[in-house]
Design a protein around this ligand. Sequence first.
Ligand code: ZN
Length: 157
Amino acid sequence: MKRKEITIGYDELDYNGLTDAERLLVDEARQATQRSYAPYSHFRVGAAIALDNGVIVPGSNQENAAFPSGTCAERSACFYAHARYPEARFKMIAVAARGTDGEFQAEPVAPCGACRQALLEYETLAGAPVPVLLVGREKIYRLPSVASTLPFAFSEF
Ligand SMILES: [Zn+2]
């Protein structure tokens, strides 16, 4: 038997510690929470994806009375980004959320497993790590890549 371990390193920063490009993406993700449609969970999530063509594509969670028909902010952003700009490559992703009290979550919010899997495919297409910013009220986690959020990802390629 061999015991193996996976270590994931990430940075914890505050807003002022971010680069200008990171701040812009965090702002877009936070603004995207305003466009969430979450009448059931009241958990408003916003995502923003920076593309290599200079465009930032926002997304927000879109719920539905038939619950499985809704989707998360991250997938609404990445599917729209690739549908609209199929030639563009992802450069960076930010995710923010507001809870039922309307305030931004104190702790950085992370994508669900399905979104990590979906985002990973676009990182693979990009051919380079796509940093992920998980945004809390004060602190922000900067992960080096989507892959770092999803050890043992499903992959056919
Ligand atoms: Zn998700």
